[in-house]
Every structure is written in structure tokens, then in C-alpha cells.
Write a protein that binds this ligand. Structure first.
Ligand SMILES: Cc1cc2nc3c(=O)[nH]c(=O)nc-3n(C[C@H](O)[C@H](O)[C@H](O)COP(=O)(O)OP(=O)(O)OC[C@H]3O[C@@H](n4cnc5c(N)ncnc54)[C@H](O)[C@@H]3O)c2cc1C
Length: 388
């Protein structure tokens, strides 16, 4: 067993940390206030080969390990956890699905995404169903060499800036989850409209709804096989939930580091705040818990790199990471006194942004359901249980 990153991983962490400190952290508050997606930074991250890093080299990616993908996510999130959510967490879902597409899909949509030239959206949730995603109503009907799509997807990260949407739609409404297929829909096609939300956090990656009215797309915009969409999405969540956890932990760890430094400098009652156990013990508790959850994240990614299932670990850390990270950031805010409550400090923004992780990619409840399925057995799931 080895708890250290290897030399290549350390170099990657160092490179991404420097990039995030120089390019992301100084603009974190600005992009939030302007509600502006920084396309130019996406481009730079594409040029560095950071986007969709696990895509194999034959398919245009770097063929990096999932542990490396975790390092990229954690380090960029130390600079800007909001941008990290769209580029690396949603980005993982997008890349892992487009990678399974035909050559046309890979050339037309995956390559520009990896280069940072295109911003895709991942569109699963609907107004009538989120947790119970298989109950979706969006339809795709084959007509000659086209599909006609109708429906609405809601709550979608970066929808307002996206140039393509990965749409999950029913091609066989009678077949439940097995009747779901995945399509690429360019957002400038006739019949597509979008509408934004005013969110409390992650405001630079403006969420929105996409409405499709008789949208006609060529049949080669189907990704993979008909009926395979749901399974591709769920497989992606087994990794994206771990990346989301790292995304939440990173700003909490930075907040703790800043608070440790601050409480060593700031005096009260003639001594540094850090010398009061009422100040240092909560910080020690947060560091202990977050370090443990962080290690579980890397264990999950290591499991995937070694061909093992990550469902249980992903379910476990997806509820723990945002809960413990928001607890830590809130205490850091309070330990900075009234200054901490201002927008001069990043704590209020980090708190708003990290709360998104409680809901995105499935809420804490559904994450526990996933872990419970692995721990208790599938037959004990509430929707599978039958009285004998
Ligand atoms: C910041 C953010 C980004 C997002 N980005 C995307 C995106 O890019 N693409 C996308 O498709 N979606 C996205 N979503 C939507 C997100 O995936 C859904 O909001 C989430 O899956 C929950 O679905 P819902 O909102 O419909 O809530 P519901 O499913 O209606 O659930 C409401 C509440 O009931 C609870 N609940 C439901 N079923 C159970 C159960 N069986 N047991 C216990 N509790 C239960 C839920 O946990 C939740 O608290 C995003 C959401 C947020 C907040």
C-alpha cells in the first residue's frame, strides 16, 4: 500500500496548483459577480490537456488515470470550485459518454470539447423528475435518417453558455430505463430555446432549462446504441460523484489553511486566537474529517483504475464531502469575525458554491440510497422491495 502520489502525479499536482493560483483564484469572485463563464480559461485548460484527461489517446485524449483526474479536479477547485464543477465534474460525464460514440461523434463533438473550444451541457433532469431520472418524458422518435426530439430538461449546469447539449430521451417509452438513449443536440438548432436560473452559488456557470420543440437531428448524433443512454449516464456518476466530492473538499481545505494562518496572527485577550482550544479544536476536527474523506476519494479513483466498482464509495463520499466541507467553511467564516462575513473574503462564496454539491449529480439522500444498495443488497431498495 502506498499513500503517496508517484513522481508524475506530484508534478501534475504542482503544475495544476500553480495554474489555478495564477489563472483561477484571482478571478473567482469576479466571474461570480459578473455571472460570466470564462471561455478563455476553458481554452487554456484544454491546451494543457486537462479536460477529459482520461479519454484514451486513440480517441484524442491523454489516457490519464482516474487518480490523475482527481488531482486535476482537486487542484483546480482550490482556485475556483465553480468552474471546476462544469469543466471537470460535468466534463467527466460528457467525455466518458462522447468517448463511447461513433467516429463522427468523436470528431465533431469530443475533439472540440477536449481542446476547450466547445462547452457541452449534460441534460438528464426534467421538471417532473430528478432523483427518479428514468421517469423522464423527453422523447426521441426516429424519422427516416433523423430523430425528432420533444421535451424539457431543467437545472442544467452551464446551459446558458453551452453550444451542444447531451440529451437523454426515451426512444422506447415502454422500456423504462432501458428505453433511454443519449443524443447530441446543438443548441443553435431550430426548435431549441433556453432559459436561465438565478442561483445562489456557482453563478459563473449559469444553470438553465432547455426546451425542445420538434428538434430534428441527424441519426448519427445518437451516442452509442439506442437504449444504452441511461447506463452510460449512471456509469459516469460512479466517477463524477467522487470528483464532485474532491471539488467540495478542496475549497474547504484552502479555507482551513487560511484560517490557521489568520488565527496565528490575530490576537485577542493578549494572545493569538490559535492558542485558544475553542478556536484550534474545531479546526483540528475539520482537518481530520476532511482528510479522511479525501483519502476515500482517492481510494475510489484507485479502485476504478484497478477495474473495480466504485458505486459504494461514490455513494458514501458524495453525502459526506459537501456536508463536512460546508461545516468547515462556515466555521472558517466565523473565525474571521465580522470580516469573514463580507465579500472581501471568499468564505461566503465558497459556502454558496459548495452547497451545490449537496444536490448536483444526485442529492445526499440518493447518494445514501446508492451506498445502501451495495451495503444491504439491491432487494432492500425501497422501489425493489416486495412483500412476500
Ligand atoms: C448546482 C446544480 C447543478 C446541477 N446540474 C445538473 C446538470 O448539469 N444536469 C442535470 O441533468 N441535472 C443537474 N442538476 C439537477 C440535479 O441532478 C437534481 O436537482 C437532483 O438529481 C435532484 O432532483 P430534483 O431536483 O428533481 O429533486 P427531487 O427528485 O424532486 O427530490 C426532492 C427531494 O426529495 C428527496 N428524495 C427524492 N427521492 C427520495 C428517496 N427515494 N428517498 C429519500 N429522499 C428522496 C431528494 O433527495 C430531494 O431532497 C443540478 C442541480 C444543481 C443544484
Amino acid at each position: 500500500m502506498d499513500f503517496e502520489f508517484n513522481e508524475e502525479e506530484k508534478a501534475l499536482a504542482d503544475m495544476v496548483r500553480k495554474f489555478a493560483q495564477k489563472e483561477l483564484a484571482p478571478n473567482y469572485a469576479k466571474w461570480d459577480r459578473e455571472e460570466k463563464f470564462p471561455h478563455e480559461l476553458n481554452k487554456k485548460m484544454g491546451e494543457l490537456g486537462l479536460i477529459g484527461a482520461t479519454v484514451s489517446s486513440e480517441k484524442g485524449g491523454m489516457g490519464a488515470s482516474h487518480v490523475s483526474e482527481g488531482i486535476i479536479t482537486e487542484e483546480t477547485s482550490r482556485g475556483d470550485c465553480s468552474l471546476t464543477m462544469s469543466t471537470f465534474v460535468v466534463g467527466h460525464l460528457i467525455a466518458s459518454i462522447l468517448e463511447q460514440g461513433s467516429e463522427t461523434i468523436r470528431e465533431k463533438f469530443l475533439a472540440p470539447f477536449l481542446a476547450g473550444d466547445s462547452l457541452p451541457a449534460f441534460c438528464l433532469t426534467e421538471p417532473g423528475c430528478g432523483t427518479d431520472a428514468a421517469a423522464m418524458r423527453t422523447s426521441a422518435v426516429k424519422k427516416g435518417s433523423s430523430y425528432i426530439l420533444n421535451g424539457e430538461k431543467s437545472g442544467i449546469t452551464a446551459m446558458m453558455d453551452a453550444d451542444i447539449a447531451l440529451i437523454f430521451a426515451k426512444t422506447d417509452p415502454e422500456a423504462g430505463a432501458r428505453g433511454v438513449s443519449c443524443f447530441v443536440v446543438p443548441t443553435d438548432y431550430p426548435g431549441v430555446t433556453c432559459q436561465s436560473y438565478a442561483d445562489m452559488g456557482c453563478r459563473a456557470i449559469v444553470r438553465g432549462s432547455i426546451f425542445m420543440e420538434d428538434v430534428e437531428i441527424p441519426d448519427d448524433f445518437l451516442v452509442g446504441e439506442e437504449g444504452n443512454g441511461f447506463i452510460m449516464g449512471m456509469q459516469g456518476f460512479d466517477i463524477s460523484r467522487i470528483l464532485l466530492a474532491l471539488e467540495a473538499i478542496a475549497p474547504a481545505m484552502v479555507s482551513l489553511e487560511e484560517t490557521i494562518a489568520y488565527t496565528k496572527e490575530r490576537n485577542a485577550f493578549g494572545r493569538p486566537l490559535a492558542t485558544f482550544e475553542g478556536v484550534s479544536f474545531p479546526i483540528v476536527e475539520h482537518v481530520s474529517i476532511l482528510e479522511a474523506v479525501r483519502l476515500l476519494c482517492y481510494k475510489g479513483l484507485w479502485l476504478r483504475d484497478n477495474g473495480k466498482s466504485t458505486s459504494q464509495i461514490a455513494g458514501m463520499i458524495k453525502w459526506m464531502a459537501p456536508r463536512f466541507s460546508t461545516n468547515a467553511i462556515r466555521d472558517c467564516l466565523v473565525l474571521h469575525g465580522h470580516y469573514g462575513y463580507t465579500q472581501e473574503f471568499p468564505f461566503e462564496q465558497r459556502l454558496r458554491d459548495v452547497m451545490a454539491v449537496e444536490i448536483a449529480d444526485g442529492t445526499s439522500q440518493v447518494s445514501k440510497l446508492v451506498a445502501m444498495r451495495e451495503i444491504f443488497g439491491r432487494e432492500y431498495l425501497p422501489y425493489n422491495y416486495r412483500n412476500k
